[in-house]
Design a protein around this ligand. Structure first.
Ligand SMILES: [Ca+2]
Length: 204
């Protein structure tokens, strides 16, 4: 089970607690996940997130787990799940399980790359065989902004393969993107969830 790793046992299981925290130095970070140091970035350079957050609103409307796994491309993934009981809104859009990633100080992204694949059981709620079940869904919505509170909808994305694949999208200047969020779209809860191995960007 994804949610039984030591990191998340220590953090209280697959918690859906919303962690909106700008300063990782004063406690409150999930155990095992440390805020990374900001690395200065010139235009066109690759940049990696310094921290990841579960921004799902409550368990019923979706969950994210092992969110710190998006910080490294290593096959260990974060997941977005939905039990199907309701949705919540992000930038006016209906979403389910969501995670956010923060990039370094003074960094604005010009594009975003996400290594993702569908997964039958994201954070504990399994897909079911049949129409609109396992093997279906595969849609995420992407948000970007200068803070978690100011995320704006960027675009919807459909995964195209069952394997991990790197999806890259442009992030327009007006988003002032230091933060990004990835949410599982409210495609049927019986369908597949989303696994995210890593996220990185290119600096503006
Ligand atoms: Ca990873």
């Amino acid at each position: 089970m994804l949610c039984s790793t030591l990191v998340f046992v220590a953090a209280g299981g697959c918690s859906t607690t919303t962690i909106v925290k700008k300063d990782g130095t004063s406690g409150g970070a999930p155990a095992g996940q440390e805020r990374r140091e900001s690395v200065p970035c010139k235009g066109g350079d690759t940049t990696y997130p310094i921290e990841a957050f579960d921004i799902s609103s409550d368990e019923a409307s979706g969950s994210a787990c092992n969110v710190g796994n998006v910080l490294d491309e290593d096959g260990s993934f974060a997941a977005l799940d939905w039990p199907g009981s309701g949705t919540h809104k992000l930038a006016g859009r209906d979403v389910t399980g969501c995670l956010a990633a923060e990039f370094g100080d003074d960094i604005t992204l010009s594009s975003l790359s996400m290594r993702m694949r569908p997964v039958g059981t994201g954070c504990g709620h399994a897909c079911t065989p049949g129409d609109d079940g396992c093997g279906s869904g595969w849609k995420v919505s992407i948000f970007a902004g200068p803070s978690i509170e100011e995320l704006d909808f960027l675009q919807q994305l459909s995964l195209t393969t069952a394997d991990f694949f790197e999806y890259r999208i442009a992030v327009y200047d007006r988003f002032k993107a230091k933060f990004i969020a990835i949410c599982r779209e409210p495609t049927p809860a019986e369908g597949d969830d989303i696994a995210i191995d890593s996220v990185y960007g290119f600096c503006r």
